[in-house]
Design a protein around this ligand. Structure first.
Ligand code: HEM
Length: 521
């Protein structure tokens, strides 16, 4: 069977259509004929699949399309079972949708499945050094991940950026206030949340804001990050059919990724040079050291026992920007969408915050631990809307058995975290947004409960969990403390558009535009 989903056309310039279409038809015919010839040769040889062989479902050539990939794979899993063998182009891939198999991949055989398959985009963006998110497992990767986890994203370091998060949240609240009271306008929360998380990461990494206070206009940097993230979701022919990598030259995809990478490289180079040139006295950030300071200091004192080059520094900063900006913003977008849709939960969580914070001017980070229901609301959103529905793909380094099936070396694996979070065998009424389900439940997002793995699990688990969750909690608590929210034009909350976009991250398709009413006026 061939499952052809070929609907995304943005990357095709008109002149390339002439070339691409015959190529696709050729591949289609070739893959059909090879699958039918192999099945007829199987019949001829009368070789039924062995007991350990994972049945082959078909070829999936997903180039975007109207449905997000995690949904397509969920539909297929409902038909073919929770462990499927598909080919993505030339790459044998298994898709995991059961908690037992996920546990085997992410925990029991974590080491075997700790590689990341290289993609055209990752090779361009990370061509200079070992990326934490996209490199294969190995000594260099271990060093980089340890460096990020201990020196940049540790509990202590995350706490040290508290003033940054609180100050940026204040700016967000002032901006919303200005929109709804002075300008009498609706609020584009999607843009504002992206601005917020971009500025928090900008401050934490470089002591720099990327947009003017009061405006959420898109800065050059803002657009650059968005373009890189989009690049990871784009179709590169070479990723599916390595021998057809030349098609990416003709379609302009290769030039596009080189150009984006060059802009990123120049931007990082400037930031690092500025930090090198400015003495400690000049350095006037609100929180002491930023990530570039920490990395330059580690480079100078060689404390880590391995050399850190300028390229290492750039790669780590790129990882953090790519992984840390959009993820937090899109969770905030989904939480607010779910709350507007369900007035009961909106009221309950807002009441909790207002009761706990009382007469204070704002919610501070010390208040967050008292906001139990807010925590449940965030968990429930992460269950229904994990930003990376398929986590990040992995690849096996040796032959292995999963749920009794043979999985050969170099097989790609995708774990469908989105499906696991909505499995009716694992969750009661899974499609209902019901934060109370986390009350008294031991289930958390730390990678030990396979039905709930929004941050992944095992060696490749997200190292930015704490920074991400703290950013989300402080922003959300303040947005709910200061304002009441509803859809514009008296539209009932249940009419909100909850359609998901396609691409690598699970965003809302349409921006979240709401009416805010300040509590104090
Ligand atoms: C709050 C929202 C976030 C979510 C839901 C999230 C989710 C994820 C997921 C699912 C993965 C892949 C895990 C796997 O393959 O098992 C990942 C990896 C990663 N995340 Fe996050 N993330 C978030 C925030 C952040 C932040 C704020 C940072 C850094 C500032 C960050 C840095 C990374 C890095 C570097 C990796 C690659 C880890 C590796 O491959 O070893 N993330 N994240």
């Amino acid at each position: 069977m061939d499952l052809f989903l070929f609907t995304k056309s943005s990357f095709l310039s008109y002149s390339c259509i002439l070339l691409i279409i015959p190529t696709i038809i050729f591949i289609f015919i070739k893959s059909r004929s090879s699958s039918s010839s192999s099945s007829s040769s199987k019949q001829r040889r009368k070789l039924p699949p062995g007991p350990n062989k994972l049945p082959f479902i078909g070829n999936l050539h997903q180039l975007g399309g109207p449905m997000p990939m995690h949904r397509i794979l969920q539909d297929l899993a409902a038909k073919h079972g929770p462990i499927m063998h598909l080919n993505f182009g030339h790459h044998p891939t298994i898709i995991i949708s059961s908690p037992e198999a996920a546990l085997e991949i992410l925990k029991t055989h974590d080491l075997v499945f700790s590689n990341r398959p290289a993609t055209a985009a990752s090779m361009k963006v990370f061509r200079k050094g070992p990326s934490i998110g996209f490199s294969n497992y190995g000594e260099q990767w271990r060093q980089m991940k340890k460096l990020a986890s201990i020196e940049l994203l540790s509990t202590e370091r995350v706490k040290s950026f508290r003033l940054v998060r609180e100050a940026e949240t204040d700016i967000l609240i002032r901006t919303i206030h200005d929109y709804c009271c002075s300008r009498k306008q609706t609020v584009n929360l999607s843009e504002m949340f992206l601005c917020l998380s971009n500025n928090i990461i900008g401050q934490v990494a470089f002591s720099r804001r990327f947009s003017t206070e009061g405006e959420c206009n898109r800065s050059e940097h803002h657009d650059l990050i968005r373009e890189i993230i989009q690049l990871f979701g784009e179709f590169f022919m070479g990723d599916f059919f390595p021998s057809l990598g030349w098609v990416d030259v003709i379609t302009g995809m290769q030039a596009k990724s080189i150009a984006v990478f060059k802009r990123l490289d120049e931007f990082l180079e400037r930031e690092i040079d500025d930090h090198r040139l400015s003495s400690d006295d000049d350095h006037n950030s609100q929180h002491g050291e930023d990530f570039v300071d920490v990395l330059l200091e580690l480079q100078r004192n060689s404390k880590l026992g391995f050399p850190i080059t300028a390229d290492h520094i750039k790669v780590i900063l790129t990882d953090i920007f790519l992984a840390g900006t959009e993820t937090s913003a899109l969770i905030l977008e989904w939480v607010m969408s779910e709350l507007v849709k369900d007035s009961r939960v909106m009221m309950k969580v807002s009441d909790e915050i207002r009761k706990v914070v009382g007469n204070k001017e704002r919610v501070e980070e010390d208040d967050l631990q008292k906001l139990e229901y807010l925590g449940f609301v965030i968990n429930e959103t992460l269950r229904l809307h994990p930003p990376l529905g398929l986590l990040l793909p992995r690849e096996s380094t040796e032959d292995c058995k999963i749920s009794g099936y043979d999985v050969p070396k170099k097989t790609r694996v995708m774990v469908n975290a989105w499906t696991l979070g909505r499995d009716p065998k694992l969750w009661e009424k899974p499609d209902i947004f019901y934060p109370e389900r986390f009350h008294g439940s031991p289930i958390n997002y730390k990678g030990n409960y396979m039905q709930f793995i929004p941050f992944g699990a095992g060696r490749r688990i997200c190292p930015g969990t704490q920074l991400g969750i703290t950013t989300i909690m402080i922003a959300l608590a303040n947005v709910l403390f200061h304002f009441n929210w509803k859809l514009p034009n008296e539209m009932p909350g249940e009419n909100i558009d909850m359609t998901e976009s396609t691409g690598i991250s699970n965003r809302k398709k349409s921006p979240l535009i709401l009416m805010a009413t300040p509590i104090c006026c």
